[in-house]
Design a protein around this ligand. Structure first.
Ligand code: ZN
Length: 663
């Protein structure tokens, strides 16, 4: 698995903020199961030039055209299931306020949220709460045709139960329902194919990034490439149609080059175009509007090779970008002053660019659930030679903060008024800075020892890498340097972040785990790894968990002491990374990151249930509508925020349904 990737940083990290802005905008849209749907504002859109607005519009269309690709990557039955559900939803001939229809609607909303039938986070299959009999009968009444093969996939818990498994000792490919490999391909066959085709040149092609490995009738493995005329060609053709339009209003030559390489990649599937696209993209620091579109992150492939389709269109938030520029300007200072062994430090930290962006559209694997920060590209050799771009998506963070105001979470879980007051005052700012430090300097810090492969930590690579970036951020949040740089107002502020992060890692993130389950997702493992390791190594009672009225609370007695332990852990995690010490990584992850203490877990779930909150959030997108002038040209692009969750998905399924049921 690759180490530098888009970070779905915790949305639990931003719970409340002390923002005084008058709330006119309606952030809360819908709520079902463990999910809440929010709306995000796109401040500054109206101030863009007409050309920039047009560019946003065309890139947004290019983003939405890829929607079906993700459904199919998430499981080969997903498109058939989604279409059957939508047809039934639209054609159901009876009263829609019955108990069963309401359960059906909830299930459909969840399928949209997950881009398929697997929970977007746990990756477990979720089952309908209505019966198969009800569904079969209702489809018959509504005259909805469907492939009977979807029934066991939807209703039988034993059939394809997990989207991506990372379970030890099983065939990861055969036991993952994700559609990154054709039927019958084994892990050993896929790994052998990747090994045989691996590009070992200095500027390697990311073989397997944009293809599905399949087995032919003789048992030979072959590649189906994602390209026009190949797998997902019908959707990529539409994507290219809009990219061609975007090309005509690009802001500069560099951006034109980015778009042109992407068009060529979609056309030919040639990975040399992917490299050229990444390099041009990372060099484009001038454009106000920017975007990601294509096969990008590799979390969902059990072997971490093939990219999941996503798109994000955004533009620079000028004011907030200054904050991250200060951090990236001081990247070398942070590298030199971290607690890591000097032999693991980079002599020269370069190419860390940083900006704060405003998301304009979310699509593919960024929608409806979304990251709040991005660090790309993922190819290490490009990062080394050309640098990387790190962004924080500020308008999404604001939406989380605003929507969570006064929800009672901190009142329940934080130990006293003092820490709540500190958190209200500094929590949002510390959250922003944590993300900035994590993305702008955390991932980019440190180096591998000669001969150490970037794949050395294998299945634990992403947990360890996220821990490394988080620890780097945590360590420096408590540094006087941030006050000196004007990023934090005083030397107490960091305590808000320390308390929140440790509380989250030790206790409150468990609200996302079902009773009896282990922690599997890399970011969650990372957060528990840090909090539990630090807790274990606080030998002088720097922090403790106390019990009061049968409830457990985190109490931090010595913040500088906790910071010292954070520094120790950063040094060790950097050593593991630099040395490629797989055994140590495995031991740490197994000891601290995976298992959950059942009694504490039960208590947290009970306390959380009383609050009636949804642990996961996602968004509806705004709607962009071009205004056409008398000459037939676009004279403005209008933004509208009124579309609801169901309406949006039905419209997307109607207007952007580009792929056949079976691909
Ligand atoms: Zn990260």
């Amino acid at each position: 698995m690759k180490i530098n990737r888009l970070c779905a940083l915790t949305i639990m990290a931003v719970v409340l903020c002390a923002c005084n802005k008058e709330q006119k905008f309606t952030y809360n849209v819908d709520k079902f199961y463990d999910l809440e749907i929010l709306r995000y504002e796109v401040p500054g859109f109206d101030e863009l030039t007409l050309q920039q607005k047009e560019l946003v519009y065309y890139l947004s269309e290019a983003a939405l055209q890829g929607r079906d690709i993700l459904f199919d990557q998430n499981g080969r039955y997903n498109l058939r299931i989604r279409r059957a559900l939508e047809a039934l939803y639209l054609n159901y001939p009876y009263e829609k306020n019955t108990e069963e229809f309401i359960l059906f609607e909830k299930y459909l909303k969840r399928v949209w949220f997950s881009n398929g039938i697997y929970h977007h986070y746990s990756e477990d299959k979720f089952l309908p709460e209505f019966t198969q009999e009800w569904f079969v009968n209702a489809c018959a009444q509504a005259n909805v045709q469907y492939d009977a093969a979807i029934l066991p996939v939807m209703f039988d818990p034993a059939v394809m139960p997990k989207r991506t498994t990372q379970q030890d000792g099983v065939d990861l490919v055969l036991n993952s329902a994700g559609n990154y490999y054709g039927e019958g391909v084994t892990q050993a066959e896929a790994e052998a194919w990747y090994d045989a085709h691996k590009d070992t040149t200095d500027e390697p092609l990311w073989i397997g990034l944009n293809s599905q490995l399949c087995k032919d009738s003789t048992g030979a493995i072959y590649e189906r490439v994602y390209k026009i005329g190949g797998l997902y060609g019908a959707a990529l053709e539409k994507v290219n149609f809009w990219l061609e339009k975007a090309l005509t209003v690009a802001e500069n030559d560099n951006q034109r080059e980015v778009i042109a390489h992407l068009i060529e990649l979609n056309r030919s599937g040639d990975l040399r175009s992917f490299n050229a696209y990444c390099i041009a993209w990372v060099k484009d620091l001038q454009s106000r509007v920017d975007f990601v579109n294509g096969f990008t992150e590799t979390y969902s492939d059990p072997l971490g090779i093939t990219g999941t389709w996503e798109s994000l269109v955004n533009f620079k938030d000028m004011e907030a970008t200054r904050r991250t520029e200060i951090i990236s300007d001081n990247a070398q200072w942070f590298e030199d002053h971290s607690t890591t062994n000097p032999i693991y430090k980079k002599e020269e930290v370069k190419g860390v660019s940083a900006k704060v962006i405003t998301a304009a559209i979310l699509a593919g694997d960024c929608y409806p659930a979304t990251p709040i920060g991005i660090n790309l590209p993922n190819a290490n050799w490009i990062r080394k030679s050309y640098g990387s771009k790190s962004v924080t998506i500020d308008n999404l963070v604001s939406a989380y903060n605003e929507a969570a105001k006064g929800n009672g979470f901190n009142e329940e879980f934080m130990i006293d008024d003092d820490i709540r007051a500190l958190y209200d005052k500094y929590g949002a700012r510390c959250g922003d800075l944590h993300t900035d430090l994590h993305e702008c300097v955390g991932h980019g810090s440190g180096k591998l020892m000669p001969g150490v492969s970037k794949d050395a930590l294998k299945e634990h690579a992403s947990t360890i890498e996220e821990a490394r970036a988080d620890l780097f951020a945590l360590y420096f949040l408590a540094d006087d340097k941030l006050v000196e740089l004007g990023l934090l107002p005083d030397k107490e502020a960091y305590k808000a972040a320390y308390y929140q992060q440790m509380m989250n890692g030790l206790m409150t993130q468990l609200v996302r785990i079902e009773p009896g389950k282990d922690i599997e997702e890399a970011h969650m493992r990372n957060r528990q790894l840090i909090a539990a390791w630090v807790y274990d190594h606080c030998e002088n009672n720097e922090m403790e968990i106390i019990e009061r009225d049968n409830k457990h609370y985190l109490q931090i007695n010595d913040y500088p002491g906790v910071r010292r332990v954070v520094g120790d852990m950063l040094a060790e995690i950097q050593r593991i990374t630099s040395e490629g010490d797989y055994d140590a990584a495995k031991q740490l992850v197994e000891m601290y990151a995976v298992k959950v203490e059942p009694n504490l877990h039960k208590e947290i779930l009970e306390r959380y249930a009383v609050l009636n909150l949804a642990p996961y959030k996602g968004f509806v997108n705004p709607v962009y509508t071009p205004v056409i002038g008398k000459n037939g040209a676009i004279k403005d692009v209008q933004i509208d925020y009124t579309e609801g969750y169901i309406e949006q998905h039905l419209r997307y399924s109607r207007d952007y349904s580009n792929l056949p049921d079976i691909n």
